[in-house]
Unconditional design. Structure first.
Length: 209
């Protein structure tokens, strides 16, 4: 089974004015699309790996054959990261989480405001291209981390702090440059207004099990 580009769960313009329609169209169709195409092309060289789940492949990259390990890391990571990213945003999003997730955030960071500042700072200080993440760490606690390129915090030995991603934000220039140019901070500030906290809370509940 070849990997497929998931449909965006909303229109390209749904996140306006925070993220513009043109950026969404290119980001989803061209960037994410290319990760899927290139991942499939790599796996075609070892067709038995098409049967393995993407998360399993990435968690244990050293079991992936040498000749495609880099391609699977970059394009498989890109596919997994973006598949998450689209679902944690929605039209009319933003605000703050409720319930279990809100309690866990308060417990780990003291307040939602402190968490927001930490994740934003992780995105700002990621040099070059990458992602900033809220993860459930090995100790079961929430933590903020970041990864370069299309690495994912579940990749063993890659993330500074390994864990399972609850949510993440893409800080590649392709995610914001058309609207925000070099102003990554303005993009990150706007991104908080797109968040789908119901989906993020559901991801957290699943990871905690
Ligand atoms: Mn991206």
């Amino acid at each position: 089974m070849a990997h497929e580009l998931p449909k965006l769960p909303y229109g390209f313009d749904a996140l306006e004015p925070h993220i513009d329609a043109k950026t969404m169209e290119i980001h989803h169709g061209k960037h994410h699309g290319a990760y899927v195409t290139n991942l499939n092309a790599a796996l075609d060289k070892h067709p038995e790996l098409h049967k393995k789940g993407l998360e399993d492949l990435l968690r244990d990259l050293k079991s992936v054959p040498d000749d495609i390990r880099g391609a699977v890391r970059n394009n498989g990571g890109g596919h997994l990261n973006h598949s998450m990213f689209w679902t944690i945003m929605k039209k009319g999003g933003g605000g703050e989480p409720k319930g279990d997730l809100a309690n866990a955030i308060n417990g780990a960071f003291g307040s939602f405001a402190t968490f927001k500042e930490k994740l934003t700072t992780a995105g700002m200080t990621r040099f070059g291209s990458g992602w900033a993440w809220l993860i459930v760490g090995g100790d079961g606690k929430l933590a903020v981390t970041s990864t370069p390129n299309q690495d994912n915090p579940t990749m063993a030995g890659v993330a500074e702090v390994a864990g399972k991603p609850v949510m993440g934000v893409d800080v590649w220039e392709h995610a914001y440059y058309l609207k925000y140019q070099n102003l990554r901070k303005n993009y990150l500030d706007a991104w908080w207004n797109t968040l789908n906290w119901d989906e993020i809370a559901a991801r957290y509940a699943k990871l905690k099990k």
